[in-house]
Design a protein around this ligand. Structure first.
Ligand SMILES: O=c1[nH]c(=O)c2nc[nH]c2[nH]1
Ligand SMILES: [Zn+2]
Length: 491
């Protein structure tokens, strides 16, 4: 089944888990969710107990719909939203040595990003990364590309073809912060190239149902005052989202102070360029002052919290509780390859750990709970990327962006069952999940199963199963993923 194949009306039967609010995680062990041909949720039932008869009693017109049933111990969960990552940096995942932000950029990052001037190189990296993020249950991703228009456009095309929702941004960098081999030639060419990418993305997906453009000044040191102002105007004239980095590292903040002496703060640099808007995603925000938090909140700009990257590059522990208390909207970002994993589930763990390190100095109130990080990974992220009415939870009228999570025994990937794995690469949606899932919870299992990363003993409450998933689960537990009702990944 290709990502563009028609979908049938489907009932998703079994447990589901989603955030109702930052404070409330709903766990429904006996659910049924009806999704129509457009991928829109039409009903949510909470007391069905795996019995389609009870569904049809209330929704007679759904007799004949496909049924996808949870297998073994598992649940449906909303697709993850990665609010900040760098697709071209994927080959460097796990490589950062002892560097910090500015030395990491020049040592690892700029040379790799420059290599995406080659379209075959870009294709290899981008198709791999989109597959990788989908396999971890990421249904929406805010991507930085590079300065190259053809490669940026390719990333957008791949996301559209694979059915992953994405914001895709051509990176702008005009100053000598960037090496001469990897830099925009001028502000005028940066604007022209950014416009070209915006036009391409709008042409392949006119309504932005799957892919949307995002104006992407890399960060203040990479862009002159003139460039930042021009990009603020471009975002306004094209009605685009904006993404950039802010206050990640103390050396970077000192550099911004030197480069923009007339500005009161890092956030003020962006504000002067009209880059702080309700459609702006600011990555990191580790060291924002109280005045900057107030400014960012007053403009409605949102935060991508990237704890794995913050720790890897020893940037700091973002004070997420304080940012939430300041009224800021926050999602999670993997920030590959500052971050060492493409997984938002891993980012949930890292967000918990970072909050616990803060708690050791700031007190217990700083600790984030499992429910809170799952909220940031779904509903919070949806708000950051402007999709809060569509994704992030299971409600009538929202779209079916979801993952099927299975704990305990998990299926052996198709490629490990004796076939030629290369045949299946990037093509996992060819296997019919509805057929697999329709066998029912108690049906004999003919496919090989192996014990997954989460051991289940049968004594756990539902709440404990969710905790175990967050602390020790990975992509082996994500056995199927849907976007707008369309199957986009399965094991
Ligand atoms: O984590 C980061 N990754 C990057 O690529 C980058 N560029 C500027 N600042 C950055 N921070
Ligand atoms: Zn980043």
């Amino acid at each position: 089944m290709a990502a563009s194949a028609p979908i049938s009306k489907t009932i998703y039967l079994g447990a589901f888990v989603h955030s109702v609010s930052l404070q409330e995680l709903e766990i429904c062990p006996c659910g049924a969710i009806g999704v129509d041909e457009e991928g829109v949720i039409r009903f949510v039932e909470r007391d069905v107990d795996g019995d389609t008869g009870r569904v049809y009693a209330k929704h007679e017109q759904w007799k004949g719909a496909s049924v996808v049933r949870i297998q073994g111990k598992g649940f449906f969960f909303p697709g993850f939203i990665d609010t900040h990552t760098h697709a071209p940096q994927h080959p460097n995942t796990g490589l950062f040595g002892q560097t910090t932000l500015l030395s990491w950029l020049t040592t690892y990052t700029f040379p790799l990003e420059a290599s995406l001037s080659s379209l075959p190189t870009a294709h290899r990296i981008y198709s791999n990364f989109v597959s990788r993020t989908l396999s971890h249950g990421t249904t929406t991703c805010a991507y930085y590309a590079t300065i190259h228009v053809p490669a940026t456009n390719l990333l957008a095309s791949l996301c559209l073809a694979r059915g992953q929702r994405a914001l895709v941004g051509r990176v702008c960098m005009t100053t000598d912060m960037s090496p001469d081999y990897y830099r925009d030639a001028s502000v005028a060419s940066a604007l022209r190239d950014s416009q070209a990418s915006i036009d391409y993305i709008r042409a392949i997906d006119p309504h932005g149902a799957i892919v949307r453009p995002v104006v992407t000044p890399r960060f203040a040191p990479s862009c002159s005052t003139e460039c930042l102002a021009a990009l603020g105007a471009l975002a306004h004239s094209t009605d685009s989202f904006i993404q950039t980095h802010i206050s990640e590292n103390t050396g970077e903040i000192a550099l911004v102070r030197d480069l923009f002496p007339a500005s009161d703060s890092y956030a003020a640099v962006y504000d002067a360029a009209h880059l702080l808007t309700p459609r702006t995603i600011l990555a990191h925000a580790v060291h924002l002052s109280a005045a900057e938090r107030k400014l960012v909140a007053s403009r409605g700009a949102k935060i991508a919290h990237c704890p794995a990257s913050n720790t890897a590059l020893t940037s700091g522990c973002a004070p997420v509780r304080e940012l939430l208390d300041a009224g800021l909207t926050i999602g999670l970002g993997t920030d590959v390859s500052g971050g060492f994993s493409p997984s938002i589930l891993e980012e949930c763990r890292q967000a918990i750990w970072a909050s616990r390190f803060r708690a050791m100095c700031d007190g217990d109130a700083a600790k984030l709970t499992t429910g809170e990080v799952l909220y940031l990974a779904t509903r919070g992220g949806a708000e950051v990327v402007g999709l809060e009415d569509k994704v992030g939870g299971f409600e009538v009228g929202m779209e079916w962006d979801a993952q099927m999570v299975r704990l305990g025994e998990v299926p052996v990937p198709v490629g490990l069952m004796g076939g030629d794995e290369s045949e299946h690469e990037g093509d996992a949606a060819d296997v019919d999940i509805a057929e697999l899932a329709n066998r029912g919870v108690d049906a004999p299992q003919t496919e090989p199963f192996r014990n997954g990363p989460v051991d289940v003993f049968g004594t756990e409450s539902w709440d404990e199963l969710v905790q175990k998933w967050v602390y020790s689960g990975d992509d082996r537990n994500t056995i199927a993923v849907w976007v707008r009702g369309r199957l986009v990944h399965q094991i």
